[in-house]
Ligand binder design. Structure first.
Ligand SMILES: [Zn+2]
Length: 406
């Protein structure tokens, strides 16, 4: 029997090996009480990765052979650690010519802005980016909390829609994603990878389609950027996608250190987490994970601790200590979320209370303020630049020129 005394929430089941609770979406425990992700990580050690690599090579050779003068694949990137690793594998290992695409959630941090630009420069990538307007992002963020229980519908839906729109419009059938769904989510197994299809992101994160988000404040025209191409368009281009993590041994920690040292990728302080590399491009990540805590009783540090426990880097007890410290922290970015949505803090907690899973209904979920302010400014970097320039005279315009203009 595992020691239950350090488990953060009493009365719910945790994996006996790691820190995953029963409230994680899609999780299953076997008769021993071991979770799907722990079983997947054992499976990962027994996979013949050389065979998988041959399959990957074949996929890439076929893509190159059929692309002609067009791009070989679509590479969706955010500038995060996986983006660098994916770009490295495609460009520097297999010699593909990808078209990089970014759905910009318009919440990009300074570190995130640097990382994306660095990625484009260092891998010499052609790039397309889509950025929804500030006003639209703010309105959708307000609706999102009530609709799906987190603030980020526009990001989940945009990350799904934009690469597919590019794939169909530019007639580039192959999309290359990074980490396998089997890696830590427990939603799939390495032996049977979750197939990427048109509705993948609606199923795993967005939950609602653009059509389902329409109301009296959000029209179909507002939400058009989030529309997925039709099944017919997908079929005509033959769009399909793979996760590199299903074809090569994925090691988050080692890859992160490596892209940092070799390519200059940077991590930052992340709210609600004890590692600085996941979703480092987004200022709102702490709010996303805090809503998960409000609904399901765990946040980002539960994922991170569970991976480290599986890899023998932490004991289960140490994992739970880190979880209590970070998952239960009220993120500073919540202030920005309340400001852009006009929501009061009481309203925020009211909505989250309604979203709480049944099994947690009678359980009080404690949270505490942050011990010190966040190192990264939790305000979109583009707005920081605009404010900075508005607040200082333009040094490039001389007094004489100013008089001319006036
Ligand atoms: Zn587990």
């Amino acid at each position: 029997m595992s020691d239950t005394s350090s488990e953060p929430i009493k009365g719910i089941q945790y994996c006996i090996r790691c820190c995953v609770p029963e409230t994680q979406e899609g999780v299953q425990f076997d008769e021993m009480g071991i979770c799907t992700a722990c079983r997947s990580s054992e499976e990962k050690m027994h996979i013949d990765w050389t065979v998988r690599e041959k399959q990957l090579r074949k996929i890439f050779e076929e893509a190159k052979a059929s692309s002609g003068n067009n791009y070989d694949c679509v590479l969706p990137i955010s500038g995060g650690k996986d983006s660098f690793f994916q770009a490295h594998v495609l460009v520097n290992v297999y010699g593909l010519k990808p078209l990089a695409v970014t759905f910009n959630q318009n919440w990009v941090s300074e570190t995130g802005f640097y990382n994306l630009q660095r990625c484009l420069e260092v891998f010499n990538l052609d790039h397309l980016q889509f950025t929804p307007s500030r006003g639209l992002v703010n309105r959708v963020a307000r609706k999102s909390l009530d609709a799906i229980g987190d603030a980020c519908w526009h990001c989940h839906a945009g990350i799904g829609a934009f690469p597919l729109q590019v794939a169909t419009r530019f007639k580039i059938p192959l999309l290359i994603w990074g980490e396998s769904t089997a890696e830590s989510s427990g939603k799939a197994a390495f032996s049977c990878p979750q197939k990427f299809d048109r509705d993948y992101f609606t199923k795993v994160s967005a939950k609602l389609t653009a059509q389902e988000m329409i109301d009296d404040k959000l029209s179909a025209k507002d939400l058009y950027p989030f529309e997925l191409p039709s099944y017919k368009e997908i079929e005509n281009t033959g769009v399909w996608g793979i996760h590199l993590g299903d074809y090569m041994f994925w090691d988050d920690e080692r890859q992160t250190e490596w892209i940092r040292d070799v390519y200059g990728w940077r991590e930052t302080e992340m709210e609600g987490a004890f590692k600085g590399y996941k979703s480092a491009e987004c200022i709102m990540s702490g709010v996303h994970d805090f809503t998960c805590y409000q609904k399901r009783g765990f946040g980002r540090s539960t994922w991170q601790a569970s991976v480290d426990v599986r890899n023998g880097l932490l004991t289960r007890k140490e994992g739970f200590e880190l979880i209590c410290k970070h998952d239960q922290e009220r993120p500073d970015a919540l202030d920005y979320y309340l400001k852009i949505t006009g929501m009061s803090e009481a309203e925020f907690y009211d909505i989250m209370r309604e979203k709480k899973l049944k099994v947690l209904k009678d359980i009080d979920l404690p949270y505490h303020p942050k011990a010190k302010p966040n190192a990264e400014q939790l305000f979109p970097f583009v707005e920081q630049i605009i404010q900075k320039h508005l607040n200082q005279p333009d040094p490039r315009i001389t007094r004489d020129q100013k008089e001319d203009i006036l």
